[in-house]
Ligand binder design. Sequence first.
Ligand code: GGG
Length: 326
Amino acid sequence: MTHEIAVIPGDGIGQEVTPAAVEVLESLEIDFEFHEADAGDRVKEITGEALPEETYELAASADATLFGAAGETAADVILPLREAVDSFVNIRPAKAYPGIDAVRPETDLVFLRENTEGVYAGHEDRLSEDVATLTRVVTQSASRDLGEFACEYVEDGDHDGFTIAHKANVMRETDGVFRDTIESVADEQGVDTDEVLMDAFATKVCLDPEQFDVVVCPNLAGDVLSDLAAGLVGGLGLLPSANIGPERGLFEPVHGTAPDIAGEGVANPAATIISAAMLLEYLGHDEEAAAVQNAVETTLENGPRTPDLGGEASTEDVTTAIIDNL
Ligand code: GGG
């Protein structure tokens, strides 16, 4: 069976790390057909549109999508692409690896980020020169979808339960709905949960990350807290993600376009290649997914490494080493 894969490199280092991940996928004995499409700042400059209709349609019809990075046009690219695959959850593992200089080498977390609403729902207004507003949307239905996914995720992965990070002591209605709905889903399913205020979480995770395992967050909090965790494990170049929907998925590194190093050929491809491993697992190729993950871990431990991890290697050197280690 051939898997149809949409490949959308986007902007900046997305143009460098996405082909690296495709190279790794191509080195496997799996039947893929790759369909590349454009999106982002460059396309907008040329066509006036950051996300061409054909790119959206490709993501909406492919079995899975590999996405690179979005810059200034992130809201016009990432949000509709997540919608194209009907994604209600973004899985973001943040794990320290042997051999990598990490602030907290004991970190091993997974964020399950709500992916459709919260302050990301796009209800912003400019009422006057002085006043801008934003409406935060939280529904029981989206919280329930996330809660059900979280229960399944911890049961399948042999986790003890999950932590709900929220700020319901201040945002009583919105985060109240989020926390209460997810807690009641977990109760129905017999899954253990605890809760933490998200600001307290930011301190606690820095001091002692081992007290957390699977952390379920509202949309923006999941984005911010996973970037914080990236700082604990050695940088954003190590964090992959999977946007999961009922029938398709979109896989992307957590990092953005990194304009400071874009075009130099030294971007760390690890996050995108681990995202490709998540794509493999999603498509049912568990053995190959584990092999790619192991090859990345071996390469991180033994080198070569890109400059963000203290090395001098290029994106291509690291990609070749990962393929050799497969
Ligand atoms: N590859 C992910 C990417 O482009 N990140 C930049 C960004 O703005 N991310 C916001 C988000 O993930 O919601």
